[in-house]
Unconditional design. Sequence first.
Length: 312
Amino acid sequence: MTRVVFGLFLRACVVLTGAAMATFALLWHAPGDPALAVALARYRTVVPDAVLDHVRAEAGFDAGYWPAFWDWLGPLLRGDFGQSAVTGRDVWPELVTAMSYTAPVALLALGIGMALSVPLALLATKRPGSWLDRFAVAIASLGVAIPAFWLGLLLILLFAVQLGWLPAMGARTTAHMILPAVTLGLGVAASLTRIIRSGILEARGKPFLPAFLRRGVSARGVQRHHIAPHAGVPVVTVFGLELAFLLEGLVTVEVIFSRPGLGGFLVSAISARDFPKVQAVVLVTALIFVTVNLLIDIIYRALDPRIGEQNA
């Protein structure tokens, strides 16, 4: 297991390094003058060439690609994300503030997705092929097909505009989290319902389960000790994909609901070509994604040791 964990850790380091290099290259070679974007975001007016030259030298845009990359990477290895090219303030405190708005919504959305998907999948698998099973599959398929931005607008029209139950924009109170979290949570629930249902049905079809029942093992014991671990492997695996869905959806949802967080932080940084801010968001989200997937790899190897044997 130690060797497997070490190998997964090396893969995670490679992914983070590749993400950092790819993001920096895409930003550097994007069309347009990055110094002009930074100057417009900083001064919000037409700037003369002398100011552009000053911004270009201050941000390191005139140093060339590789010198600028190493100038950014060196402090990063010491835990310094640098200063914003627009405001001049440290990036890390601003990023932590943005994450403090995003993390609760993401966790609440994940909780909503689990709270809806598990009971719905269990009800559907009680009688496969019944109307309840078909209804659960239809709802899950519909939830996957609806884009997050469109669902968010529908929820705003219904609960904020028509009924007036919930606020549509901002982040002042806990109530402001409900609509964004529900928008993301319904998508998570739809995807997880299909995965959990398929995992349970596949696990129930294993040929060794009747032998346990004939030996006197209770149905509850078979369910808990044999069906649940087999059904849990694809469910645990898909959690990594759900995290990617959440990170992707949060950017759109936070913009729709005018909520501060990583979405607005990233959009404003990209529009201003603020390299340190964009790189900080990419690295932090990549680190979260890689860490979660590393834990998932370890968990499903514990659920099914044969996976570790196959990759040994």
